[in-house]
Each structure stands twice: as structure tokens, then as C-alpha cells.
Design a protein around this ligand. Structure first.
Ligand code: H2U
Ligand code: ZN
Length: 347
């Protein structure tokens, strides 16, 4: 791999990232600072997501025992049709209505567990819930896309440690999806093969950036990663939706999710913050032979529990840039145990 400054192309978003390997050939330079995560109770009477508790809007949660879904009390999108304003006479001041629904998905009644601390069966239940909600939201005539995502950790703006994720479903494609749809469609039209399957075959051949894989899914640090320990999780066959997965594939996906998130926690021995989400094909009633189901993990940490990467200065004004190479990040994540860890300050 080139060890002088170079650009790498992201074929999904068609954007470039600047890589400066000479600034940090090794990801580790010095002590890893540990800040043990807070010890949490299994039930917190003040938590708005715990079973039986009252939420901010006054609604009481049921005494749920598995996953629990509710409509976000402070949704970013509203389902009601609004009257279209007359078209603006100035195209530089363009605005169009957006309709949608926002849901919150709790992973577990336990306030003190995170995704990697759930067993595979419980992770499969989370997957089943995401799948069911995506399908139901996607069936609504005004919904084109259902975005499943998790913000984990205060560093990512997560408001509550109770394990939960969100789904925002909306009437038009979000920017990232529109970009990924355009590039996957163009690639499929040209080659009659799916972009991500071809990319995955190349990664499996080179074996430089793979973190973990099983029979149905591979987790790797993409060639074009922007965040230091970014991971792309790719389905081995071109399924476009979570709902297309067989029960064997769902178990494989649960296993990969557990491995990825456990390795993350083991990296700096803290509950590792990230934003993650699934990219399924649009719920537009069309066939999507170009689309390969995948998930992105975007973690902000760089060198320790307290040293994060900032997307500032050059990144805001120029383009994304990274120092440690995706290859060294993948190597580091590969070496870590994927099933056991020390956490929350326990010995
Ligand atoms: P985050 O922690 O990822 O921000 O998600 C929490 C969501 O939960 C957030 O979108 C919603 C917030 O609007 N919420 C409720 O719907 N009800 C509440 O009582 C508090 C928070
Ligand atoms: Zn709670």
C-alpha cells in the first residue's frame, strides 16, 4: 500500500478521502488512557426507556420483556400531508415538504446492557424488530425509505444509556441513500453485477482489511474509510432488505454484530461510542437488483477513550482526511477478542 499522501475513492458516495500515512504509520503512539464506563443499574427509575416508566410526553411504557418500539415523542418528521406552497420563483430558495415517521426501538428491558452484551438470541430479536418495523413503515404509501440507526454513547449525542436505536422513515430518499442508489445502479447497469459484491470479492481475495467474517456476512474497514475505525458490514449475497434474509443469515448477522461491537469495546476497554445504521434499498415498490444490504459503523475515537477524531478545519472546508491507514486499523481490530472483554471498570 502507498505510504505517502494519496487519495482514495469511495465508489458508493463517489467522494474522495485524503490519506496521509506518513503522519501515523502505526495507530498506537503511547499510553492508552482508560476511563471506565459508569456502572449502571439494571433498572433506573428516572430512565424514560425502562419498562413501566413514564416518558417525557406523559405516556407510560408497558412492562416489556424483549424489544420495545414506540413513536418518538419528539419526531423530526410528521406524517400529515401539508399543502404544497406555490413553487418558489427563485430556484436558489428551493424547499419542498417532507413527510415521515420516527420510531424508537429499545433493545432490551435491561438499562445496563449494550448491544455487545446481549446474547445472540437477543440480538436476533433486535434484528427481527428492525426488520418488522422497516417492512411496516415501508408499506405506507407516503414512505420511500426507512433508515435504521443507533447512536451509541454520549460522544455521539446519545441522550440515554438505555440500549436503543431509532428509525426515521420518510417520503423522499435521504442524501446518502440517493448517492448510494445512483452509484450501485450505474455499476449494475454497466457490469450486470452488484458493486458491493465485486468489492467484497476483492477484499476477500486481498485479506488486508477484513475484521471478521462468517458464512453470510463480512465486516471490514473499507478501503475508503474516513473515520479511524470505520467498519462496513456487507451481506455475502445481494439481498436488498433485512426482510430477505433467511434465518441462518439472521443468525450470522447477529454473530457479526456481536463480534464487531465487542471488538470495538475491547479496543480502548470502554463502551465504544459510534453511530451505526443499515442501508437497505428504498421502500419504493421497485425491484432493486443493484442493491446489497450493508451497515456502516462510524466511531469517532482515534487513539483512546478520550482522543477523538474531529471532522473540522480541512475536512469541513476541503475533504475528509485520515492519518492511520484503513489497513492498520483493520489489523488492530482483527487482533482483538471478538467475544469476551473487560468492561465497566471490572477486573
Ligand atoms: P437518541 O438518544 O439516539 O437521541 O434517541 C432518543 C430519542 O428518544 C430521541 O429522538 C426520543 C428523543 O426524541 N424520546 C422520546 O421519544 N420520548 C422521551 O420521553 C424522551 C426521548
Ligand atoms: Zn432504562
Amino acid at each position: 500500500m502507498i505510504d505517502t499522501p494519496h487519495r482514495r475513492f469511495n465508489p458508493l458516495t463517489r467522494e474522495w478521502v485524503l490519506v496521509s500515512p506518513q503522519r501515523a504509520r502505526r495507530p498506537w503512539q503511547g499510553q492508552v488512557e482508560k476511563t471506565p464506563s459508569e456502572i449502571l443499574p439494571a433498572y433506573d427509575p428516572d430512565c424514560y426507556l425502562c419498562p413501566g416508566n413514564e416518558r417525557a410526553g406523559g405516556v407510560k411504557n408497558p412492562p416489556y420483556t424483549g424489544t420495545f418500539v414506540f413513536d418518538n415523542d419528539f419526531p423530526a418528521l410528521l406524517p400529515d400531508a401539508v399543502e404544497q406552497n406555490p413553487a418558489s420563483s427563485n430556484t436558489l430558495l428551493d424547499a419542498i415538504p417532507e413527510r415521515g415517521l420516527c420510531r424508537v426501538v429499545c433493545f432490551s428491558p435491561r438499562h445496563d446492557l449494550t448491544l455487545p452484551e446481549l446474547d445472540n438470541t437477543a440480538i436476533e430479536k433486535v434484528l427481527a424488530t428492525w426488520t418488522h418495523e422497516s417492512v411496516e413503515l415501508g408499506k405506507k404509501d407516503f414512505i420511500q425509505y426507512a433508515q435504521v440507526f443507533e447512536n451509541k454513547g454520549a460522544l455521539m449525542g446519545c441522550s440515554n444509556p438505555h440500549p436503543h436505536s431509532q428509525i426515521w422513515a420518510q417520503s423522499q430518499l435521504p442524501n446518502e441513500i440517493a448517492r448510494e442508489l445512483a452509484s450501485q445502479t450505474a455499476y449494475y447497469q454497466e457490469h450486470r453485477r452488484t458493486l458491493l459484491s465485486d468489492y467484497l470479492a476483492e477484499e476477500q481475495h486481498r485479506r488486508e482489511r477484513i475484521v471478521f467474517q462468517n458464512g453470510s456476512f463480512t465486516a471490514l474497514v473499507p478501503f475508503w474509510a474516513i473515520w479511524p475505525f470505520e467498519i462496513l458490514l456487507v451481506a455475502h449475497r445481494p439481498a436488498a432488505y433485512l426482510s430477505e434474509l433467511t434465518s441462518t443469515e439472521v443468525s450470522s448477522l447477529a454473530e457479526v454484530l456481536k463480534h464487531v461491537t465487542t471488538r470495538y469495546d475491547n479496543l480502548f476497554e470502554i463502551s465504544f461510542p459510534y453511530s451505526m445504521g443499515f442501508h437497505q434499498a428504498p421502500s419504493d415498490g421497485q425491484a432493486h437488483p443493484e442493491w446489497v444490504l450493508h451497515a456502516h459503523f462510524y466511531p469517532p475515537l482515534l487513539r483512546s477513550a478520550t482522543v477523538r477524531k474531529f471532522m473540522v478545519g480541512y475536512e469541513m472546508l476541503g475533504m475528509p482526511q485520515r492519518d492511520i491507514t484503513p489497513e492498520s486499523a483493520a489489523e488492530r481490530l482483527q487482533e482483538l477478542p471478538g467475544l469476551h472483554y473487560k468492561l465497566r471498570g471490572s477486573a
